[in-house]
Design a protein around this ligand. Structure first.
Ligand code: GLC
Length: 741
């Protein structure tokens, strides 16, 4: 929050700005790469995609291309921010022009996608979410902020808190999974880690929560597609994480590419004004997604870019990321009286306020090349990355094979075991594959006796090679899954199974009758029933970041006891998507009859349920009791570590409203806790489930908590739970909660 004198300074500055300078503050420039072809980055990409240049030529051009930062526009005060500057010297050079060579000396804001680490790349968010550990989520965000701010970055376009229930959508890799409560907790931890309580600190960066709103509900899991749903569903299942991030203090919001019920978020006044500003009291700035304002023409909501620019600014869309339509049209729209200048002033004021909050007016040069050199890839950051990866790896099956003895002769099969760059995962744009430890690197460094084969030659299984390997190894380590560009943005898949050749390879391995440990590198749940059946061990490693190989070594050889649990359901078949635990029961939920809600060719049960993950030990749950206080259920249970390994158990608490005036999900996660338990130890766990959290929106969109029977579940995943049923008498929610939250 700004001081009064700071607010006065902003208003004074605003009063001296020309129209051009005001529009300049709303223009975020993406560095266009101008190489021998004198074309923009996007055009260069298109030339590669349509084969006019090869990938090698593209790579060479990009690495050698001069990045054009449009410095004449900058000097004229027409640029307020950059997206894509990721080194201290460039940032300081551009900042110097802004501060010392423009008429008003307004500092630049540098934004960048720091989604799961900057240079010290940590596990993709869908992986790290599986740790169910807010302290870890905050710690890795803090580390990312220290590295990124050292490289001159002031704002990250993160956390991404789009609830994702459809594994076909590639961007589930960037979020925390299918649950609205867990995603909210994840987002809050990230905002705090990025910003701290002092956003002006030199190692703090503003969080830009995205993509507002409901991007994870794109129809058919196809990226950029429409989003259409009831307001009740939007408010109950998709909006809470964005709101939680704003309550945690996020200073920016990025509207989503998609429409909601026919109005693109970028020009959706109901979303950007009525909800964001009026209901949620958000006082930061909004920044569009890349080119999103211009794309309102493609959406079919604006006849041309001029119309799109007007609709967007009137809706509350403030900074234009890379489309240039504000730069081209806003001034004349104001001069012609199509937009009142006070609308423009409000947007500029919000941007200047965030720059002030980040300390950019007082300290425009927040880093040096020396600080950057000292900060990047510090050994202690690699240690955090390794810890985060170990805590993110989910053990899905273990037929008493793991942990491996260190004398085991391991036959490693699969190109992903050696391919460092693939460990980065999607949206690791400051990462460098050479920084990554692969599985082969790790077994080398730990003196494990191993052999390696890619396993596929010219699309065919290398049977001869595998036969040779089978003669000398004790077991196979089969490494498969997805490349990093098969998830993330613009990476939806209509078939989320393993590639045919990979299954064929696994089937050949199965024929050698040796234990098979399968490690998956992937950015989404996969429909892999055969892989589950043919593997003795299944390890879900996601894309674990720079310490991938070491973390997997730690799990496989028992340096660590796996504790992670899934935050997204694994379907048996792609056709079941979207498949999620918090589903409605329907009137025919199942049973022997043909006439029930099911598929003829797939089970109703998932391959692996939400909240599932194995350990090298076992935990037993007992003693569930639920008492009531004035405003909450007090849930108690005991958990015993009945095995020989010390471990950490993620205890989950779900609730079901058994009968309500709108049908309710069969389970909803309301609390979780990760507890350490030594072998043989028993601990009591206590959850407070507030009655306010049991509410939902009625037909008139009033938030209500109804009296009735509630089933309370406690367990180690969303299926294997103890439960008791309790009655809630009439309960009045606090005044003001009834309105839309
Ligand atoms: C992309 C993504 C968004 C990202 C932005 C800036 O299109 O949708 O998540 O922050 O561009 O790079």
């Amino acid at each position: 929050m700004l001081t009064e004198s700071q607010q006065i300074k902003i208003q004074k500055l605003l009063s001296t700005m020309t129209l051009e300078e005001k529009v300049g503050q709303l223009h975020q420039c993406g560095p266009s790469l101008v190489g021998a072809f004198q074309v923009s980055f996007d055009e260069l990409l298109n030339m590669m995609f349509d084969g006019r240049i090869s990938e090698e030529e593209f790579g060479k051009l990009i690495s050698t291309a001069h990045r054009d930062f449009h410095e004449e526009d900058l000097r004229a005060g027409l640029i307020g921010s950059y997206n894509g500057v990721n080194d201290a010297s460039t940032a300081n050079r551009l900042q110097k022009i802004a501060v010392e060579e423009t008429r008003l000396g307004i500092p630049l804001l540098f934004g960048y996608d720091v989604v799961h680490g900057f240079r010290t790349v940590t596990p993709i968010p869908l992986a790290e979410a599986c740790a169910w550990e807010p302290e870890l989520w905050e710690e890795t965000a803090r580390m990312a902020a220290k590295e990124a701010t050292a490289a001159g970055i002031h704002m990250t376009f993160a956390p991404m808190v789009d609830v994702g229930k459809d594994a076909r959508w590639g961007r589930v890799s960037e979020g925390a999974g299918e649950d609205v409560y867990l995603t909210a907790r994840y987002g809050m931890a990230k905002v705090t880690g990025f910003q701290t309580a002092d956003p002006a600190a030199q190692d703090s960066m503003a969080a830009c929560v995205k993509h507002f709103a409901g991007y994870g509900a794109v129809e058919a899991g196809r990226d950029y597609n429409r989003v259409d749903m009831s307001l009740q569903k939007l408010y109950e299942e998709y909006l809470p994480p964005y709101k939680a991030c704003i309550e945690a203090g996020a200073r920016a919001v990025m509207p989503a590419f998609n429409d909601i019920n026919g109005i693109p978020c970028t020009v959706n006044k109901w979303l950007l004004q009525d909800i964001l500003r009026k209901e949620w009291k958000f006082d930061g700035m909004t920044v569009s997604d890349a080119n999103a304002i211009a794309e309102c023409v493609e959406h079919g909501i604006a006849a041309d870019h001029r119309e799109a620019a007007m609709q967007a600014l009137l809706a509350g869309m403030e900074m234009d990321m890379g489309s240039c339509v504000y730069k081209e049209h806003i001034q004349s729209l104001i001069e012609e009286g199509r937009i009142d200048e006070d609308i423009l002033d409000q947007a500029v004021s919000d941007v200047l306020q965030v720059k002030m909050e980040l300390g950019l007016f007082d300290h425009p040069y927040q880093t040096t090349a020396l600080r950057e050199e000292q900060e990047i890839l510090k050994p202690e950051y690699r240690a955090v990355a390794r810890k985060a990866a170990v805590k993110s790896i989910v053990l899905l099956k273990n037929e008493n094979v793991l942990p491996l003895n260190k004398a085991t002769k391991v036959g490693i099969v699969g190109s992903l075991a050696k391919d460092k760059a693939e460990m980065l995962g999607a949206w690791a744009i400051a990462g460098n594959g050479n920084d990554c430890i692969s599985i082969v690197d790790a077994v080398e460094q730990h003196q494990v006796s191993y052999g390696f084969l890619e396993g596929i030659i010219d699309g065919k299984v290398d049977v001869e090679g595998l036969e040779g390997m089978a003669k000398s190894c004790d077991m196979f380590l089969f490494v498969t899954g997805e490349n990093k560009d098969e998830s993330g943005e613009a990476a939806s898949r209509a078939d989320i199974t393993l590639k045919t050749e990979q299954l064929a390879l696994l089937e050949v391995l199965k024929g050698f009758d040796k234990p098979i440990v399968t490690v998956l590198f992937n950015g989404r749940p996969l429909a892999i029933p055969e892989t589950v059946k043919w593997s003795d061990v299944l390890v879900e490693a996601w894309h674990p970041g720079v310490e991938a190989g070491n973390a997997i070594y730690d799990i496989l050889f028992g340096n660590a006891n796996p504790s992670a649990k899934l935050t997204m359901t694994f379907p048996d078949k792609t056709g079941q998507c979207p498949m999620y635990y918090a589903h409605i029961n329907t009137g025919r939920p199942g049973g022997k009859s043909k006439f029930t809600s099911r598929y003829l060719d797939a089970p109703n049960e998932p391959l692996f349920p939400f909240g599932f993950g194995l350990s090298y030990t076992n935990y037993e749950y007992s003693g569930l009791t639920v008492k009531k206080t004035e405003n909450a259920f007090c849930v108690e249970a005991e958990i015993t570590n009945t095995g020989k390994w010390d471990g950490e158990e993620i205890v989950q608490c779900y609730v079901r409203d058994l009968a309500a005036s709108r049908v309710r999900p069969v389970k909803q996660l309301k609390a979780f806790s990760k507890i350490k338990l030594c072998a043989g130890e028993t601990k009591k766990i206590l959850f407070q489930i507030s009655f306010d959290s049991l509410g939902f929106y009625d037909r008139e969109m009033k938030y209500i908590v109804e009296p009735g029977e509630f089933e309370v579940f406690v367990g180690g995943n969303s299926v294997d739970c103890m439960s008791v049923t309790v009655r809630l008498e009439q309960y009045e929610i606090p005044a003001g909660m009834r309105e839309k939250q």
